[in-house]
Design a protein around this ligand. Structure first.
Ligand SMILES: Nc1ncnc2c1ncn2[C@@H]1O[C@H](COP(=O)(O)OP(=O)(O)OP(=O)(O)O)[C@@H](O)[C@H]1O
Ligand SMILES: [Mg+2]
Length: 340
């Protein structure tokens, strides 16, 4: 039976692709609640996410986090119009916890199940920031596993103009953090340390015009590692703040340059962004300055909605709901979903 499509449905979003168990409720584009239980502090002991620990933590947290989201929203589960859940990409065991829970709710409440691609979720975080936001827009995606420039033409149609050829921006931050003896996840710690440093460490240039809209982070990451090692071998002290600052500039300036260039080239007047790296204060300011200079409107998700969260999954769930794109109970978790 095809459900009746409401204009402002109440949707529960559930996210469990990595180390965050999250649930959020929206009514139309209005965010009613947004809850997270994270196992990041446990994962930090191991310097990265241990899949089995993540799965167990999700199993312990999912019931609580969903109930909290419903309570904070003041919504009874019987009032939900749909349940949207991340089905990929991510850690299989972790995804299965959220997906199974969502299937149970969908079946028990007789409401549609919506399978959400985690990356489409990051792209939809911007919808929560600006109720009037409509495609076309150009998006900078920079997360732990992805870096890309994406032209969203309509809610359901997008084109990837370019992406990373090797490491993702967030991954580079995490690896450089490790070299600088900073804890996991590295991005926020590199950002804090960079504030005390200067742009004085010689690092290779990133792929500029010749790279089109592609990126490459492995050379930059290796250059940071080599710089630190050779300093140590010579018995010289490494100025960690200068390394963090110089790396951050090199890693982020190119993202700003390319997304603005892409918007101009495609004559799109709005730029949006998504993914954990977009929480970086230096990047946010640089995007604001560059978009203002180029006469482009910029819609940035709040920092909380850049890293993994369920509000963005509910927001993308709304896009799929309005398109009548519902999943069956046989929907399976997928470890990877290609961007293109
Ligand atoms: N302030 C910051 N500056 C730079 N990087 C940051 C900052 N905050 C978070 N990050 C980085 O963002 C990444 C986490 O983002 P996110 O949660 O979107 O990634 P993910 O879900 O693991 O990957 P994906 O979404 O690609 O599957 C980490 O690599 C983290 O270091
Ligand atoms: Mg993510």
């Amino acid at each position: 039976m095809q459900p009746i499509i409401k204009e402002n449905p109440v949707i529960l979003g559930i996210e469990s692709s990595c180390d965050e168990t999250a649930a959020a409720v929206i009514r139309g584009r209005k965010l009613l609640s947004d809850e997270i239980i994270s196992s990041a502090s446990v994962q930090a002991i191991y310097g990265g996410v241990v899949p089995e620990i993540a799965s167990r933590a999700h199993t312990d947290a999912v019931d609580t986090v969903v109930q909290r989201a419903l309570d904070r929203a003041g919504v009874k589960k019987e009032e939900l119009d749909a349940v949207a859940v991340t089905y990929g990409a991510g850690l299989l065991g972790a995804l299965l916890v959220g997906l199974s829970f969502a299937k149970g709710l969908s079946y028990g409440l007789n409401i549609p199940l919506i399978g959400v691609n985690h990356i489409r979720g990051h792209l939809s975080a911007a919808y929560l920031e600006d109720e009037g936001l409509k495609p076309p827009f150009m998006t900078l995606l920079a997360s732990g596993g992805h870096t890309a420039i994406i032209h969203t033409k309509t809610e359901m149609q997008f084109e990837v103009l370019g992406g990373t050829l090797d490491d993702a921006a967030g991954e580079a931050f995490d690896k450089v953090a490790r070299v600088l003896s900073l804890p996991y996840p590295g991005g926020p710690h590199v950002e804090t340390l960079a504030k005390e440093g200067k742009n004085v460490v010689p690092l290779p240039k990133m792929l500029k015009g010749e790279g089109g809209y592609n990126f490459s982070y492995s050379g930059l990451k290796t250059a940071v590692i080599n710089y630190c090692h050779s300093k140590k071998q010579k018995g010289e002290e490494v100025n960690r703040a200068d390394v963090a600052h110089s790396f951050q500039r090199a890693a982020l300036d190119i993202l700003v340059e390319k997304v603005v260039q892409a918007a101009k080239e495609r004559a799109v007047d709005t730029v949006t962004a998504g993914g954990g790296v977009i929480a970086n204060g230096y990047l946010r300011e640089a995007l604001q300055t560059a978009c203002k200079k180029a006469g482009l409107k910029l819609v940035l998700p709040s920092k909380k909605h850049c890293t993994d969260n369920a509000a963005m999954i509910a927001a993308e769930g709304l896009v799929q709901y309005q398109a009548g794109n519902f999943a069956s109970l046989s929907l399976n978790a997928q470890a990877s979903i290609p961007l293109r």
